[in-house]
Write a protein that binds this ligand. Structure first.
Ligand code: ACO
Length: 428
């Protein structure tokens, strides 16, 4: 028998169906509440308790620190799969056969070029422009060069749009980097794998052969997998809500990139390193900054700590922490900010303020440290996150369109002025 929840208001009881997910999570379906109660809505600032959809892509249990893509644990995927396989899994629902993967790879390679005119748009940006702004603008601009709108009833059209953006986004990400560094733009090499090719497009110097470093390629591959999806977070919800108006895939992704940019979301990886640098420049006194983070009068927050859903540990952070130690060891990197990071981590893990509020290091605390060790400039950290999150955004957008979800349009409780008469400007 299906379960119901009851809401009593003004002596009237409203019965609402309870929806159960495949991992036994429960949600009260309030779709009919407003209509049957004459206007009652639910209010949930920041959507802390509100599900926006039913989704079969990613399962996350914040209390137990579990993250699975399409049923596969993040630990196993990070260990055994590569980024393109994980992208296919997220988008299409199953791990690809060798034949499916080879076709996906070949189709992406066939589209791995960007119209030369896009370079002129890039040229218009100052070198100092933040690469997230550049990426969001260029992703949106791609629509002008690939104008066919996506017919969600055609699997083929959807597939073509997906392949195009999977192919062109790494080019744009690398270009945003090269522009900042004053390097000539590069198109990469069809003979390389997805991640290898991306790194070549980023780092190839005009006067030298590009030498691949396998440690770096493997670490980046793993980081991209760990960032590939995270169910209904801020940027993914943005992609879904923009897409729900039937705006195209590229426009929806461009909005998602802007949402990811903020320091409370993907921008945290940049903010972590900037914070560690600032602590170092201020004499390296971690206790002083712990005190600031706990002081409610001080706006300072310990960047890279805390998470909306993980209240035990962030499983991605566990994997990255091990990878960070390995990569730094293998590359022989000795970084003074690492000592500060370790000091903060130790203090926070044994401090009552952080323990009581269940604030643990999140994925961004360690990812910035690895990116820095790999020679990726701080401002490129969040674009790296965007490249990793691309398949997740695509998968969520595709699921939303295939299900024919209605346009996203929340309600509000109005708290402004009541009706009043217009005052002529002379009488105000
Ligand atoms: N430093 C100090 N105090 C913190 C921190 C922090 N990093 N994070 C949360 N708190 C405190 C809050 O002040 C609050 O204290 P109170 O209960 O005494 O008022 C309590 O912990 C709960 O915090 P909320 O802000 O209510 O938690 P919320 O779920 O809304 O925020 C967030 C989560 C945004 C991630 C927050 O922890 C934060 O700002 N962290 C730093 C930024 C960061 O690392 N973001 C990356 C997130 S991961 C990602 O997007 C991939």
């Amino acid at each position: 028998m299906s379960e119901v929840a009851k809401i009593e208001y003004n002596g009237q009881v409203y019965e609402l169906p309870v929806v159960t997910g495949s991992e036994n999570e429960k949600g009260i379906d309030i779709a009919k509440l407003r209509g049957s109660s004459g206007g009652l809505i639910t209010l949930d600032r920041g959507f802390k308790n509100t599900g926006s959809c039913e989704s079969a892509i990613t399962f996350l249990n914040g209390e137990e620190g579990i993250l699975r893509y399409r049923g596969y644990s993040i630990e196993e995927l990070a260990d055994k799969a590569d980024f393109l396989e994980v992208a296919y899994l997220l988008i299409f629902g199953e791990l690809p056969t060798q034949e499916q993967l080879s076709k996906f790879d070949a189709d992406i390679k066939a589209e791995a070029h960007v119209d030369e005119d896009v370079k002129r748009i890039l040229d218009g940006f100052p070198k100092s422009a933040h690469p997230m702004g550049v990426l969001s603008a260029l992703t949106s601009a791609l629509i002008a060069f690939n104008p066919s709108s996506v017919n969600a009833n055609s699997e083929e059209e959807m597939y073509q749009a997906i392949v195009k953006i999977m192919a062109k986004f790494p080019v744009l990400t690398a270009w945003a980097h090269r522009k900042r560094m004053g390097l000539p733009l590069d198109y990469g090499d069809d003979n390389l794998g997805y991640v290898q090719n991306f790194l070549k497009m980023m780092f190839k110097k005009p006067n030298a052969e590009y030498q691949e470093n396998k440690i770096i390629t493997n670490a980046i591959d793993k980081l991209l997998i760990l960032h590939a999806d995270h169910e209904q977070n801020c940027s993914t919800s943005t992609v879904r809500i923009v897409g729900s108006s039937h705006a195209g895939l590229f426009a929806s992704l461009s909005a998602g990139i802007s949402a990811l940019w903020g320091p409370l979301h993907g921008g945290a990886n940049q903010a972590v390193i900037e914070m560690l640098e600032a602590i170092k420049a201020d004499g390296g006194d971690t206790k002083k900054y712990m005190g600031k983070a706990k002081d409610k009068e001080d706006p300072f927050r310990l960047m890279g700590f805390g998470h909306r859903v993980y209240k035990n540990f962030d499983p991605r952070a566990k994997i990255i922490k091990v990878a960070a130690d390995e990569v730094l060891g293998d590359l022989g990197v000795e970084d003074p900010v690492l000592g500060i990071a370790k000091g903060l981590e130790q203090e926070a893990l044994s401090d009552a303020y952080f323990v009581d509020r269940k604030l643990y290091p999140n994925v961004d605390f360690y990812s910035g440290i690895i990116y820095r060790a790999l020679g990726i400039p701080t401002e490129m950290f969040t674009p790296m996150f965007a490249l990793g999150r691309l398949p997740g955004w695509i998968a969520q957008w595709r699921e939303m369109r295939l299900k024919g979800e209605p346009i996203g349009r929340p309600r509000q409780i109005y708290t402004g002025a009541n009706a009043r008469d217009f005052k002529d400007i002379a009488n105000r």
